[in-house]
Design a protein around this ligand. Structure first.
Ligand SMILES: *Cc1c(COP(=O)(O)O)cnc(C)c1O
Length: 350
């Protein structure tokens, strides 16, 4: 096996979804965010599994993603499209029963003109300044839109992973001012919002990263294990250098393993001389530059009988720890995992 192995634990994802669902009172539904192919882990297997666990609401970014998800899920569950109703989407939305979350007055006009009887939701802009109708636009069209029976009024929070950030309460107040009294189902919280407190619940929560084991859901179960095969091992004398640019120099006799994954597989080049891989439980530093298909690892401290694979993600190092080494966030670690891994959907940890 020349490629790395990516184990994705659907039981852990299910446990994380149930745990986040249990944070909110009964009657508050918990959706499943599977945009970007389920944060890179596989939208279809994840959604199918969570559907079996009771999830009824799914969201993706693009209508095209919704088509694939509808094929996996069948006709029942609701699938929301976060980019709303883009030009040319009408036939796809109609054919696959996808619910656009309309983002602007122009989208509202397009949708009501092109698909007047097709379900839709509305995104409201409350402080993130990314997607949605701002308060003035909403005021102008609210009466007309509410008369057409939107399925959901939603907004998204900019700082909900930081409970102390003043924008959280401000966005909550704006959202309430825009939606109180409408009688329409509402949704504000992603993973961070669920953990902020019950004022953010409304009718539907929209966790993503927490399902996949990432911050800010500190109690999440780990979901991924990434094991990378050792291609060869060599001995270096003090003074010898490693990799492109010769950025690392052995200061002592060194055993060096060359491992089959690189920046084309989501091991960011920023991890050069910064990441740790594990030989069993022994931490081994990545040394030298990350190259396209390979990294080099100082395995001097590992047992003589080196395992066939070194672990980059798993029990010893989660996505947030690796993200910190790379100067990014767990979301980007997951969505960057490449297509070359041998993917297994099963149980990662007991
Ligand atoms: C991605 C996304 C979410 C999920 O956010 P997490 O931080 O991953 O829980 C929820 N709502 C919207 C609109 C999103 O784009």
């Amino acid at each position: 096996m020349a490629s790395g192995t990516l184990d994705i634990d659907l039981s852990a994802i299910t446990a994380n979804w149930r745990a986040l669902d249990a944070v909110t009172p009964q009657g508050v539904r918990t959706a499943v965010m599977v945009k970007a192919d389920g944060y890179g882990l596989g939208a279809s297997p994840i959604a199918t599994r969570l559907r079996a666990a009771g999830a009824e609401d799914f969201f993706v970014a693009l209508a095209e993603e919704g088509v694939a998800l509808r094929a996996a899920l069948g006709p029942g569950p609701r699938i929301g499209i976060l980019s709303g109703h883009m030009s040319g989407d009408a036939p796809i939305l109609a054919a696959h029963n996808l619910t656009p979350m309309l983002t602007s007055r122009a989208q509202v006009a397009r949708h009501l003109h092109e698909l007047p009887d097709h379900p839709f939701g509305i995104q409201l802009e409350t402080g993130m300044n990314r997607l949605g109708l701002d308060p003035q636009d909403w005021q102008a069209v609210a009466a007309e839109v509410l008369a057409r029976g939107p399925r959901l009024l939603m907004s998204h929070m900019a700082c909900s992973d930081d409970p102390a950030h003043p924008l959280n309460a401000r966005q909550l107040a704006v959202f309430r001012a825009m939606t109180d009294g409408t009688g329409v189902r509402r949704s504000l919280a992603s993973t961070g919002g669920i953990l902020l407190g019950r004022a953010y619940d409304f009718d539907l929560t929209r966790p993503g990263i927490g399902l996949y084991g990432g911050a800010p859901f500190a109690d999440a179960r780990a979901v991924v294990r990434l094991s990378l095969p050792v291609v060869q091992v060599r001995a270096l004398a003090p003074g010898q250098t490693v990799g492109y640019g010769a950025t690392w120099t052995a200061s002592r006799p060194t055993r060096l393993a060359t491992v089959a994954a690189g920046y084309a597989d989501g091991l960011f080049r920023a991890l050069t001389n910064r990441a740790t891989l594990y030989a069993g439980s022994v931490p081994c530093p990545l040394v030298g530059r990350v190259s396209m298909d390979l990294v080099t690892v100082d395995v001097t401290a590992a047992p003589e009988d080196l395992p066939d694979q070194l672990e980059l993600l798993g029990a010893h190092q989660g996505i947030d720890a690796l993200a910190q080494a790379a100067g990014t966030i767990g979301y980007e670690i997951l969505t960057a995992l490449g297509s070359r891994y041998d993917r297994h959907y099963g149980q990662v940890a007991a």
